[in-house]
Design a protein around this ligand. Structure first.
Ligand code: AHM
Ligand code: MG
Length: 322
């Protein structure tokens, strides 16, 4: 029988790669591992439980309807991160302001607890996106500056995809590894060691409904994808679109539009995390001109255009945009 490595074992084996104290990463990732399993359980029974499906009746800071599972996932991640004591504060896409734990913990977390939430009610893949940063400030309370670090300062970045199977993919800056949840034993097992994304791809993922809202350069790039008979694939769940392209080779783009000159996606909760992962897998992520990981955030819910995926495709999209 082939050897099985569980996520817990893998984290323990690799903890020497973590710059800070041995054991800290393992504790930090435990919250995500556990919360991921619990969210997965709720996602899977969403079709059965009426009180889980559907809008919560409130709006988040971006004015979007919050789905009940968003709220469930957000509360759960916050609860587990708080109880574990190493995270001092969290910035979540679902909270207007920083959530402070005031415990002097050495790390801060940014997260989108349930991304692609408009897909919950229709049984389409959704995901959790998270990043861990070392705090800059000292004392009991974290500060805004702790969250205004560029993506290049991330100490770990990961996502969980709730799809036809559930996977957790993460990096600490030493390559990317993917773990698939075996539901029969409730354990994430190493299924995708040392993930590398193809340098070239045949898939382009963009909301083409916005075509006439894009710049001429972006439209030219999309036209060129069509001329080259590439495959258009767009789920509308960033994690799922990103994950597919990471494995198969492709580009995901959410450019600026006339209505949204900074694009739709958030730098802290979505772009930075996936940018670190894609770079670690040999790919590339930019906002059209600048490397995502070099952008210096100025506000929590900052948006940025995103071009991410296979290196050759991202480079081409950038030069088409000039
Ligand atoms: P969300 O965080 O509110 O779920 O929004 C992010 C989602 C991404 O998952 C997805 O790629 C994008 O929004 C889709 O946007 P659009 O419907 O404009 O194509
Ligand atoms: Mg969301």
């Amino acid at each position: 029988m082939a050897q099985i490595t569980t996520l817990a074992e893998f984290i323990t084996e690799r903890q020497h790669e973590f710059t800070y104290a041995t054991g800290e990463l393992s504790q930090l990732l435990t919250s995500f591992r556990l919360a991921g399993k619990m969210v997965n359980r709720e996602v899977n029974k969403a079709g059965l439980a009426e009180d889980i499906l559907g809008a919560q009746g409130s709006q988040n800071i971006q004015g979007e309807a919050q789905q009940k599972l968003d709220v469930y996932a957000n509360d759960l991640f916050l609860r587990l991160l708080k109880s574990q004591g190493m995270v001092c504060a969290v910035a979540s896409e679902e909270n207007d302001d920083i959530v402070h734990f005031d415990n002097g913990g050495k790390y801060v977390v940014t997260m989108d607890p349930l991304d692609g939430s408009s897909n919950i009610d229709v049984n389409v893949s959704i995901g959790t996106i998270f990043s861990i940063y070392r705090r800059l400030s000292e004392g009991a309370k974290a500060t805004m500056d702790d969250f205004m670090q560029p993506g290049s300062a991330q100490v770990a970045a990961g996502y969980i995809i709730y799809g036809s199977s559930t996977m957790l993919v993460y990096t600490t800056g030493h390559g990317v590894n993917g773990f698939t949840l075996d539901p029969s034993i409730g354990t994430f097992c190493l299924s995708h060691p040392n993930m590398q994304t193809p340098a070239e791809g045949k898939i382009y993922s963009v909301n083409e409904g916005n075509y006439f809202e894009f710049s001429d350069g972006v439209r030219n790039y999309i036209d060129d994808c069509k001329r080259q008979l590439m495959s258009a694939r767009y789920i509308g769940s960033l994690v799922a679109d990103f994950h597919r392209n990471l494995l198969k080779g492709g580009i995901y783009l959410y450019p600026a539009t006339k209505k949204a000159p900074k694009g739709k996606l958030r730098l802290l909760y979505e772009a930075n995390t996936l940018a670190m992962i894609v770079e670690q897998a040999g790919g590339m992520a930019t906002d059209g001109t600048t490397r995502i990981l070099d952008l210096k955030p100025t506000e929590l819910h900052q948006r940025c255009p995103l071009y991410i995926g296979s290196k050759a495709m991202v480079e081409k999209a950038m030069s088409a945009g000039k």
